[in-house]
Every structure is written in structure tokens, then in C-alpha cells.
Design a protein around this ligand. Sequence first.
Ligand code: ADP
Ligand code: MG
Ligand code: ZN
Length: 438
Amino acid sequence: MYKPIIGLEVHVELKTKQKMFCGCPTDNFGKEPNTLTCPTCLGLPGALPFTNQEAIKMCAKIGLALNCQLAEKSLFERKNYFYPDLPKGYQISQYRWPLCTNGFLMVADKTDEKRKIRINRVHQEEDTGKLLHPGDQTLIDYNRSGVPLVEVVTEPDFTDTEQVKNYAKLLAQIFRELEVSNAEMEKGDMRLEANVSVSPPGSEGLPNYRVELKNINSFTFMASAITYEIERQIKVLESGEKITQHTRGWDEVKKETFVQREKEEANDYRYFPEPDLPELRIKNLESRIKQEIPELPNMREERLVQDYGLPSSSSATLSASKELAILFEDSVLLGKSKGITPLEISNLLLNVSVKNRPKDSLATISTIEQSKSGIIDDNNQLEVLAGEVITENRRLVESYKSGKVTVIMALVGMVMRKTAGKADPLKTKTILEKLLQS
Ligand code: ADP
Ligand code: MG
Ligand code: ZN
């Protein structure tokens, strides 16, 4: 069997007030093009950059949250290339002296087994402007030029698509809870690039090529692209051909990847140290920054298992949302004196849809108490069940609507059956009538 080998590069826009190397605001969503610019982020000759400390702290925070080492000394470098959205002709980035290196994150794979994904580096750079293509023109908006961007690069440790998806979602959640970014893919706050290769049966080490999947702006498309790419590469290698290093995009209509360009090598960029910015030495801030890191979803997941004896799958779902985890723990506290167990609470919270989720711990506990006391008379709960019965029994509903109102009792019976006889029949009837009228 061929073994898939996948590495991920994630770019995230920081939500600092100011840009990375000038004082322009970063909040450019929906703003008039080219109004949030200055000589520095327009790359005008003679304009000098200065370092945004808030951004550097956020970058370090991300690195430390991902178990990285903070560098004693870190440097910016110029990554030289020409493109109209990059007015200076180089991007200020980091290459040989990144701020954070050698971290890891535990991520569930497709068998739900947690595996270590090594983080190669977390470094600071700046975003480019945006090209717009109305009609046959090309316009450039430099509002985004110079917005702080952090890049998180993994080692090629992923072995399946599910794991890539879990990682990307977890990472987005971590960014949000660290309050360093909104990490909204649709708004372009977070961008993914995957590097994919496949290793033939019996071979050791990494393949000598990688295909980079770029410009794919949703988790789902990225997953489809990786799955497609693994299959494609296996076919090519099976037919005895070689694969060269290159970049591909995703065609959502044809559901296939396509060649974008041959890959440039790092030395094509002629990286060299940025002479206009001082080196960063922030090791002395490490413990202070660490203190600002709140409990993150992965830590929470472990703690809920330890503190409440929850099954790990339940804990994972509860922990993925901070609000849900808080509701769970508040309810546990309240339920304690009433003899309601954490497991009962977690079962309730995980079995209702988001829409019907109790508003607070009081509602959670009273729902559980009611269902234990035997009679279900909670309007929300009955409405959900009645709604189900209505969609499941189209024929009865038709005949009710055509005037045969006595069939309502048959529908009440269905709700009773769903609740093993615990639904309050009168209330159920009223609710069904109301729903059938609307
Ligand atoms: P570049 O900027 O040129 O893409 P990076 O070092 O930033 O280079 O990223 C390289 C990415 O490719 C990393 O995520 C790494 O894990 C991944 N990678 C390296 N070798 C392979 C391979 N053989 N197969 C799949 N991914 C790989
Ligand atoms: Mg890359
Ligand atoms: Zn500016």
C-alpha cells in the first residue's frame, strides 16, 4: 500500500489594531480601496518600517500555545519576488531565524487516535495587497498590504485527510480562543496550503518530491483536493512515471486538481536579513506571555475526562466549543446537590441540536429533572418531537389538513411512542395543532 504524506502551511491574519510595519489600521473589511495606506505599506522609496510589538507578542503566544521554543534571537528577512500586489518587490518575512520552532499538537486521525503533529515553525510576516478583476481590468487594493500575518508550518506528519481537517479546525479554534485572529476562512483570515506526496510500499524516508495545493479557501475543498491528489499520484507512480515538484489548484466544478505552476526553490527568493528592522529578543517575556494563554480546547478536552470521567469522544465534542464547555461545567456545579451526574448532563447537551440547546445551567438541570420525574412537559422538547412526527407522517398530516381532524390523536400517539409514554398528552395535542396550523 502507498502511504500518503502530508504537511500543512497555515497563514493567519492577526487582529492587531495596526499593520505590521506602519501605523495604518488593519480593519479593512468593506473599506474603500486604498484608503488605509501610507508610504511604508505602499512601498514608496525611503519609507522606513517599524515593528508592531502587539503582533510579535501574538505570534509568540501562538508558538507557545503550540508547544514551540521561543528563539533567543529572531530576525526578519526580505523574500524577494515581483508581483503587483507586493509594492516593495519583497515581502518582509522570516526564514533562517523564525520566532518560534519545534512545537507539536496532538490531533485525532481517521481512527480517532490522537497522534503527534510536529510544528516546524511559527513565524511572523506581512500580507500582500489584493488584486481585483472587474471585467477585463485588474485593479489593486493596498488596504491589506502590510497586515500582520503569521505562518504555522508542520512537518509532513499527516497520514490522512481527516487528520488534516481536524488539525485545521483545532488550529482555527486555538487562534480564536487566544484572541489573536477571528480565523474565518470565508473572509480570508486563515489560508491553508497542503503539501502532498505518496510513499511507495516498502520505501523508507520522504519521497523526493511534493505537490503543493494552493489557493483553496475552504476546509471541505481542501479535503477533497487532498483526497483527489493522493489517488492521482498513486496512479501516476503505478504507471511508472515520475512526479516533479509543482503547485496545483482545485477545480470545484470538475472535482480535480490542476497544474498552476512549477515550484520555485527557496534560493530563488534571495532571502537576506532586513537591514531596516532590529532583531527581536523577547525570551525574557516568555513566562509573562505564557501566563496570558487561557485553557485551550485540547487542554480542556483532557481535563474534562480527568475531572468528570467523561468518555473521550464526549469530551472532545464538548471542548470544541468554549460556550458549550462552560455550560457543561456550570450545569455540573448546579446538578451536584440534586444528584445529577456529569454524564447525564453531557448526554443531554450532546443529544440536543444546537437550536434546542438549553440557554443556561438552570434550564439544563430542569430539563433533566423533568425527564427523570417521568412526565415530559417542556414545550421546546415536545415541539421538536411533534415536528419530527409531522415530517415522518406526511399521509396523516394530509388527511388532517383535508378535514379529518380526529387523526390528531394518532399523531399524539406517535409522540407518546417516541417518549415511551412520558409526553404530556394534552400539551402534545395543543402543540401539534399549533404546528399543523402554521
Ligand atoms: P515552502 O515555503 O517552499 O512551501 P516550507 O518549508 O514553508 O516551504 O513548507 C514545506 C511544507 O512541505 C511543510 O509543511 C513540510 O511538512 C511539507 N513537506 C516537506 N516534504 C514533504 C513531502 N515529501 N511530502 C509532503 N509534504 C512535505
Ligand atoms: Mg509552501
Ligand atoms: Zn501603512
